[in-house]
Design a protein around this ligand. Structure first.
Ligand code: NAP
Length: 298
């Protein structure tokens, strides 16, 4: 049996990793998170920002792999919490990379489209230059770099517009639709909504392989937030009208501290070049999620 440490096990992705891999007889998941009450029972409270705690725990359980689902993901709050973001999004992955190397374990680390400036309309590949514009993006990029520096065998997967079990755009739209006939949503930011299910499936594909390195991992196809919201309403059978607005207009109604990339479309180029794995189209993945959650109209 292969021991896998899951960090941030009660985040959106951590929960999905549990759904997908907990029943796999090949693997024994050891669930950790910074606080203990949550959806997934926590085997060990572990703060990834402590190198001593991370190393000691890895030496105790001797993982075959570490899947890092922990992160600071509140992008607007991040703008006024630089130190905390560096600790969780950069030093945390560094600590896990050091522990993975110490244990000759693999490390799966998740990163983000926010490492790009978001000003190029073409889908970005793993070979394109980065240039983050927000605290979240800057610290996530620092995390990627630490993983490259300190881990011998790693998979870094950049994802985007993630939704699963937890706070996310789909749930926010559905909640707001209960009390609003109209919702104002931006239509000039483009990306690929990605379910945690699709991301976890891709992690399951890479995990047993030696196909290490950097991967982009998002659902196929792309959209903008307003179209995404309209599709959520359509699939839920809701009558709420989605009113599309530009980012500039939206900032006047509901100012956001972190700059949002206009173009967040990632090309899963390395998956295509090196594997047979393909992500589902974003609409199909949404349909699966809506049915699973009981949100679908029929
Ligand atoms: N959500 C998105 O749209 C999105 C987009 C692109 C990339 N990503 C990346 O995808 C990955 C998974 O995101 P997600 O949405 O599943 O995140 P999430 O739901 O915010 O979960 C993050 C988890 O990490 C925990 N955590 C925070 N600080 C920690 C620490 N110091 N030590 C250990 N655990 C800690 C959190 O606990 P608390 O809740 O108690 O703080 C939470 O359980 C992250 O790397 C994220 O950057 C997400």
């Amino acid at each position: 049996m292969r021991n896998i440490i899951v960090t941030g096990c009660n985040g959106q992705l951590g929960i999905e990793i549990n759904r997908l891999l907990a029943g796999d007889p090949e693997y024994h998941l050891i669930n950790t998170d910074v606080s203990d009450p949550g959806f997934v029972p926590v085997d060990k409270k572990l703060d990834i920002t402590s190198i001593d705690d991370v190393l000691a725990f890895a030496r105790e359980v001797k993982p075959w792999a570490i899947i890092n689902c922990a992160a600071y993901t509140a992008v607007d709050a991040a703008e006024s919490h630089l130190d905390l973001n560096y600790k969780i999004n950069a030093i945390g992955p560094r600590n896990l990379a050091i522990a993975a190397t110490d244990q000759k374990a693999k490390l799966v680390h998740i990163s983000t489209d926010y490492v790009f400036p978001g000003d190029c309309p073409d889908p970005r590949t793993e070979f394109d230059p980065v240039g983050p514009r927000s605290v979240y993006g800057i610290t996530k990029l620092a995390g990627e770099n630490f993983v490259r520096d300190f881990a011998d065998r790693y998979f870094i997967i950049r994802t985007a517009w993630l939704y699963g079990e937890g706070k996310n755009f789909v749930r926010t739209m559905l909640r707001l639709s209960e009390t609003h006939d109209r919702l104002t949503v931006v239509n000039d930011q483009f990306g690929s909504p990605t379910s945690t299910r699709e991301l976890a499936k891709a992690i399951r594909v890479l995990l047993p392989t030696d196909n290490y390195g950097l991967f982009h991992g998002t659902c196929e196809g792309s959209t903008n937030w307003a179209e995404f919201a309209a599709e959520i309403m359509r699939q839920a059978g809701k009558k709420t009208e989605i009113v599309p607005v530009s980012t500039e207009e939206y900032q006047k109604i509901n100012p956001q501290s972190a700059p949002r990339p206009h173009y967040s479309i990632l090309d899963n180029y390395m998956f295509r070049l090196t594997t047979d794995h393909r992500y589902a189209d974003w609409r199909d993945a949404l349909t699966v999620y809506m049915k699973d959650q009981g949100y679908a109209a029929d």
